[in-house]
Design a protein around this ligand. Structure first.
Ligand code: AMP
Ligand code: MG
Length: 618
């Protein structure tokens, strides 16, 4: 998997000044009419930029408003590299000021019509299944877009926790250090294990700030970045307002500027041959689910919807394969690019319990591990409703009368039927893409090179059943499996012995002989499949392949809690960079740090610190 090493993409590295920047988002999309230009916003007293309803617009120009004294706590080296910044750039005062929201480096009051001015996005969302109305970037302010010349990748760089915006509603626009540390670490960790996610560049402490949550806490700012921050909720809001014009502008923007152009979307019919499809699936499985009937009616908005659903199906499959839960999968926290986004009460599994939700307030288990694939589909159906008119219009989507007025009454039934048909077929495609990706990842995690139909039942399901029944650690299971040599599991007694490695140290009551026997039987089937796939090759080759997909380090809740405690209460400054080293290189066996600390952070979850829950307050 190429994403584990981004060094080959580094190319020539830049300073903040020399990095190519843009503001395609604000140049292309409609601005809040109350502050139509940067100057209008900049000259407005800061308090007038507070909460209100913003219509027919997708953003408001608004400047950061930092509090207290700024201390740069950490920078992600991988993020610097991916953005295209020199490592030394992070030491400059300009960098520190930019990531703290203390300077707008891309705009100058003297020449207000030039340059790039910060903005906050307008969106809505369904929260816990209910329509919540306008939400928006209540505490996120985007600074500029930057393009890494070496990779051509454009990112929108934003500050989280830099003050109120028109979308702050009743809240303060701030983020506490606790949740900022969590977001900073997990964003970079997910990226390191190959899961699409928004990223984190820097973490700044606002010294002396006092943020009121369940207790009074220090505030912080995470400088984060993503190829797009558009959410499903961005579409939901325009749909519930019946703003067809803004909705269409947004859909066009998403295809043209986020997905790289209409031609890049899946299912494109090459001119002259309606039978053949460009199918971008890496799996091939979904190909025929959308072919055939109804394909002629597929217009470009259907293809946009399908691109979005595929991206999300792939990501949720990865969450399931790696035991990650977002914790609040509302539509405002579901990315148009299928990125993991908005990290609140997220967690990784400790022991394998599919009903576990990390969200303390999620009494219905709506956002539990087991429910994530269903919930993302639920969110996709809401998106399908938002895009329904454009998708259902078929070939008429560009007719002037439709663009202007929408569907006529006579044609409404047909349009709705067509849109529903599309969403139904897309449901099949979602399932197929999800399953194929999940199986691909689990196959690799089990150390297999090929997929057999029976693997799903015999190996994957049975392993998960064992983990659940004996309350075994999800991540340790795969890492420890990676270390097993085939010669160690040849006899029944050997296998029972090796089965003991899956239990916690000192967990003797659980290691009764029947549990060891069941795991032993599983190991027998597993080793037979490994032999089938690897033949006479040495254990080492397979072990390397397995270790490259089964991380040794996982930033579990107890680790993040300890990290927060040490940074916030004990003023430690070395621990965060150390944990980042593990997070950026989680497949390594060791990290040139204190060996006992490394083993502690990669070892058994301390008593009473497993499967913790977190509240939404952040
Ligand atoms: P979240 O649950 O973090 O995804 O937030 C849901 C909505 O509430 C988003 O519109 C956030 O911008 C907004 N929000 C959350 N916390 C704050 C805060 N402290 N200040 C302003 N807006 C907030
Ligand atoms: Mg959110």
């Amino acid at each position: 998997m190429a994403h584990f090493d981004s060094s080959q993409t580094s190319g020539e590295r830049h300073t903040l000044q020399s990095l190519p920047k843009s503001n395609v988002f604000t140049q292309t999309l409609p601005a809040d009419a109350a502050f139509p230009t940067p100057k209008d916003s900049h000259n407005a007293p800061r308090q007038t930029l507070g909460p209100r309803m913003v219509k027919e617009a997708l953003f408001t120009y608004v400047r950061p408003d930092p509090q207290g004294e700024s201390e740069l706590l950490a920078v992600s080296q991988r993020a610097l590299q991916d953005i295209g910044l020199k490592d030394e750039e992070a030491e400059t005062q300009e960098f520190k000021d930019v990531v703290a929201g203390r300077t707008i480096s891309t705009w100058n009051e003297e020449r207000p019509d030039e340059g790039i001015y910060p903005w906050a996005q307008c969106y809505g969302g369904y929260q816990f299944g209910q329509w919540a109305g306008q939400l928006g970037d209540g505490r996120a302010i985007s600074l500029f877009e930057s393009t890494n010349p070496a990779t051509g990748t454009r990112y929108e760089i934003q500050l989280k926790g830099a003050g109120r915006t028109p979308y702050s509603r009743f809240a303060d626009g701030r983020a506490v250090l606790r949740s900022s540390i969590r977001e900073f670490v997990v964003s970079e960790y997910l990226n390191a294990i190959g899961i699409p996610t928004t990223r984190a560049l820097a973490l700044t402490l606002n010294k002396g700030s006092r943020i009121v949550r369940e207790r009074v806490e220090p505030g912080a700012i995470v400088t984060r970045f993503a190829q797009s921050w558009i959410r499903f909720g961005t579409f939901d809001l325009q749909r519930t307002r019946g703003d067809r014009k803004t909705l269409r502008t947004l859909a066009d923007y998403t295809a043209e500027h986020v997905y790289g152009g209409w031609d890049e979307l899946p299912g494109k019919l090459p001119s002259g041959d309606a039978k053949e499809t460009h199918n971008q699936t890496t799996t091939g499985v979904a190909k025929d689910t959308i072919e055939g009937e109804g394909l002629e009616a597929e217009n470009r908005y259907v293809r946009l919807y399908r691109a979005i659903l595929r991206a999300n199906a792939l990501t949720v499959a990865k969450w399931q394969a790696y035991g990650f839960m977002n914790g609040v999968l509302n539509t405002d926290n579901t990315s148009i690019l299928g990125l993991s986004i908005d990290f609140g009460p997220f967690a990784f599994l400790d022991s394998f319990d599919p009903t576990y939700t990390p969200n303390h307030d999620d009494h219905m288990l709506r956002y539990s591990y087991r429910n994530q694939p269903t919930i993302i589909w639920w969110n996709l159906v809401r998106l399908g409703e938002a895009l329904g008119e454009l998708m259902g219009a078929g070939a008429k989507v560009d007719e002037a009368i439709f663009v202007e007025k929408g569907v006529t009454e006579e044609e409404a039934d047909e349009l709705v039927k067509r849109a529903e048909g599309v969403i139904d077929r897309c449901g099949e495609e979602y399932k197929a893409v999800f399953l194929a990706e999940y199986r691909r990842l689990m196959t690799a995690r089990l150390g297999l090179k090929t997929q057999k139909d029976s693997d799903f039942e015999v190996l994957m399901s049975e392993l998960l059943d064992c983990l659940e029944a004996f309350e075994l650690d999800f991540h340790h299971a795969f890492r420890r499996l990676s270390a097993i040599k085939l010669s160690e599991v040849e006899t029944e007694n050997q296998r029972k012995d090796v089965a003991g490695r899956f239990f916690k140290t000192n967990d003797s009551p659980r290691q009764e002989s029947d549990s060891r026997e069941r795991i032993g039987k599983w190991l027998e089937k597993w080793s037979a499949r490994v032999k089938e796939d690897w033949g006479d090759s040495s254990d080492a080759e397979r072990q390397d392949a397995m270790q490259a997909v089964n991380p040794k380090f996982v930033p579990r809740s107890w680790i993040l809690d300890e990290l927060i405690e040490r940074v916030e209460k004990k003023d430690e400054r070395d621990i965060l960079p150390q944990i980042m080293k593990l997070s950026l290189n989680p497949f390594q066996e060791s990290w040139d740090w204190d060996e006992s600390e490394e083993e502690r952070f990669c070892g058994d979850v301390p008593k009473y610190k497993g499967m913790m829950q977190c509240s939404c307050s952040s």
